[in-house]
Design a protein around this ligand. Structure first.
Ligand code: PLP
Length: 377
């Protein structure tokens, strides 16, 4: 097996989350809306998970709306608060596609989207944002931490500026939750999106924390989740989500030292992007000038290391990343970055091995050597 250094794309299921889920996949499979014993067991598990997540995320249990993941939570926040066109929103220039594409749909429906610029380090330009937010805006949206660069935004400050104008702020906290003790109450955001699979929970489950009463449901049906998200609840999934986040919060994150070591070891072959901005501890985006990221990712895969070219969520795209263009990289540079994202258990030895493999691959590729094809194909 190769060494997995792509934790920003997804994480392995933690043993604690798996253990917590098993009873709800087996004996306690009931529908949480039913009053009989099976239903009551499922409901108890669901509400326990909700309470635990609320405690960990700094909100009230009734503010946690379970969804099928981060994408649905972001969509619910934007479409749920947009109301009727015409209207206006301020959206950062570096959002994940789950927010950006929703904003682009709203733009096509007649909304004005004001794109908030970022500095060359990828941090939202607070002075420019202050000028952009206006009373009457339906929403401001700024992600807590970026999935490409790992840059952490001053979300509490941006939420306070929006609040001065009476504008609610939505934050996509999907990546942030993997590296920071995110507290939505302390940051005073209106809504915040989370996804279990980024914090060693299962895929296909997440939540939107809703602290703003104006959010409207985007799907109708049985009225689950206080009417905000109809559909039979994924009880095992949310139990795994809560168990995973609880375990993650209880562990000391020593990844910043390992990441700094990595960036020292690759010096000369690669340059870290946004190195002086506040960044998630386990996250490094490396610019490898003159080398195409897809080719380097394949070379590293053959050498036994799994990393990503830019953002995994837009994998397959050949377009340069809007995130990197927004912070001033050229299209060519933005095609020459690889993302290395560490797990809590990534070791120094693994990073030393990776750095050596990266140097070898970069030397070969810069020298114009062709990649050998897979044996027998
Ligand atoms: N937002 C960010 C910042 C992400 O990194 C991702 C996932 O890659 C998402 C949203 C989407 O989350 P999900 O995969 O749970 O739909």
């Amino acid at each position: 097996m190769s060494v997995y250094l792509d934790h920003a794309a997804t994480t392995p299921l933690s043993p604690a989350a798996r253990e917590a889920m098993l009873p709800y996949l087996d004996a306690w499979f009931g529908n949480a809306s039913e009053p009989h014993a099976y239903g009551r067991e499922a409901k108890a598990g669901l509400e326990h998970a909700r309470g635990l997540l609320a405690e960990l995320l700094g909100c009230e249990p009734e503010q946690v709306v379970f969804t099928s993941g981060g994408t649905e939570a972001d969509n619910l926040a934007l479409f749920g608060q947009a109301g009727e066109a015409p209207g206006r929103m301020v959206v950062s220039a570096v959002e994940h596609a789950a927010v950006r594409e929703a904003a682009l749909v709203l733009e096509r429906r007649g909304f004005e989207i004001a794109w908030a610029p970022v500095t060359p380090e990828g941090v939202v330009d607070v002075a420019a944002y202050e000028q952009l937010v206006r009373p009457g805006d339906r929403l401001a949206a700024v992600m807590w931490a970026n999935n490409v660069t790992g840059v952490v935004q001053p979300v509490a400050e941006l939420a306070a500026i929006a609040a001065e104008h009476g504008v609610p702020l939505h934050t996509d906290a999907v990546q942030a939750a993997a590296g920071l003790p995110v507290d939505v109450g302390a940051a005073a955001v209106a809504t915040a999106a989370f996804s279990a699979h980024k914090v060693n929970g299962p895929k296909g489950v997440g939540c939107l924390v809703v602290r703003e009463p104006s959010v409207r449901p985007q799907q109708v049906g049985g009225g689950q989740e206080r009417g905000l998200r109809s559909g039979t609840e994924n009880v095992a999934g949310v139990v795994g989500f809560a168990g995973a986040l609880q375990e993650r919060r209880s562990r000391v994150d020593g990844r910043a030292q390992v990441r700094d070591l990595l960036e020292r070891l690759v010096d000369g072959a690669a340059v870290p992007v946004a190195a002086s901005a506040p960044r998630l501890d386990g996250h490094s985006l490396l610019l490898v000038d003159g080398v195409r990221a897809e080719v380097l990712v394949l070379a590293l895969d053959q050498a036994g290391y799994a990393v990503s070219a830019g953002s995994a969520c837009t994998a397959g795209e050949s377009e340069p990343s809007h995130v990197l263009l927004a912070q001033g990289l050229t299209p060519e540079q933005s095609r020459s970055v690889i993302r290395v994202s560490l797990g809590l258990d990534t070791t120094v030895a693994e990073i030393e091995g990776f750095a050596a493999a990266l140097r070898t691959a970069v030397d070969r590729l810069r020298a114009g050597a062709l990649l050998p094809g897979p044996a027998g194909h």
